[in-house]
Design a protein around this ligand. Structure first.
Ligand code: NAP
Length: 252
């Protein structure tokens, strides 16, 4: 038996699909045959551009605004995806933000914002999606964690906690839903060349790159390919795992 990396007849919801890694995942999934709901929060033009690119290549996609840190909006987004495309086979919890600051200077609001956007959003969307996937007895959930959630990063107590939380959430949910043929995995990227890195001090980034054995930034497309693999039929026996795509930074 040999598997093909196709996503034909699958429906995917990518949170934060308007930019960066989420954008690359939306394009990758659509190029492999999935219908894709491109979620965005504050970048309608960027999301529409992703949809246009997919449609021009003959694929199926639609964009939808929702702040996934809000439970009701996340629930409505999942419902809209199922109503529009008739299914939800793959959920990618990719939406995320940073608000970096040493703990002494970190306002409570920055802690709350990061935990809500990165971790609570993962609970919100997964809860709604699992309801549908349990009924269908199949599904894939992919959470975009980070090496920061494995190793910790100074100046990122909020971000590291949110990503570590996503990793623990991945393992717990994987055990809960495995009997229904639903897999739940996390990807832990290292430094990926997207706008999120612009918030980082260039000197800190340069110093951090010295910790990457492969010595370069990751391309968003390299994360997208890993996500496509995890979403494919050939990955049906992988669950509760954290796949590092980090140039060798965190060898766990
Ligand atoms: P990015 O370029 O800044 O894009 C972030 C995306 O998340 C945007 O599409 C944004 O949508 C969306 N988003 C943020 N808050 C949202 C919310 N409340 N509701 C819905 N969408 C929301 O970041 P990225 O680098 O692609 O990061 C994507 C994911 O990978 C994040 O979870 C991040 O933590 C993780 N990651 C990134 C790196 C890296 O080095 N880049 C490393 C490890 C992990 P709008 O623009 O529409 O608001």
């Amino acid at each position: 038996m040999s598997f093909k990396l196709t996503l034909e007849n699958k429906v995917a919801l990518v949170t934060g699909g308007s930019r960066g890694i989420g954008r690359a995942i939306a394009l990758e999934f659509a190029s492999r045959g999935a219908a894709v709901m491109v979620n965005y929060n504050s970048s309608p033009d960027a999301a529409e551009e992703v949809v246009k690119q997919i449609q021009e290549a003959g694929g199926k996609a639609l964009s939808r605004q929702a702040d996934v840190s809000d439970f009701k909006q996340a629930e409505a987004l999942v419902k809209f995806t199922i109503d529009t495309f008739g299914d939800l086979s793959i959920l990618v919890n990719n939406a995320g933000i940073t608000r970096d600051q040493l703990i002494m200077m970190m306002p409570e609001s920055d802690w709350d914002a990061v935990i809500s956007a990165n971790l609570k959003s993962t609970f919100n969307c997964s809860k709604a999606a699992v309801k549908h996937m349990m009924r269908k007895r199949t599904g894939r959930i992919i959470n975009m964690a980070s090496v920061a959630g494995q190793m910790g990063n100074p100046g990122q107590t909020n971000y590291s906690a949110s990503k570590g939380g996503q990793i623990a959430f991945t393992k717990a949910l994987a055990r809960e839903v495995a009997a229904r043929n639903i897999t739940v995995n996390a990807i832990a990227p290292g430094f990926v060349d997207t706008e999120i890195l612009k918030a980082m001090n260039p000197e800190t980034l340069e110093a951090s790159l010295k910790m990457v054995p492969l010595g370069r930034l990751c391309k968003p497309e390299e994360i997208a390919f890993t996500a496509a693999f995890l979403a494919s039929d050939g990955a049906a026996y992988i669950t509760g795992q954290v796949i590092g795509v980090d140039g060798g930074m965190a060898m766990m």
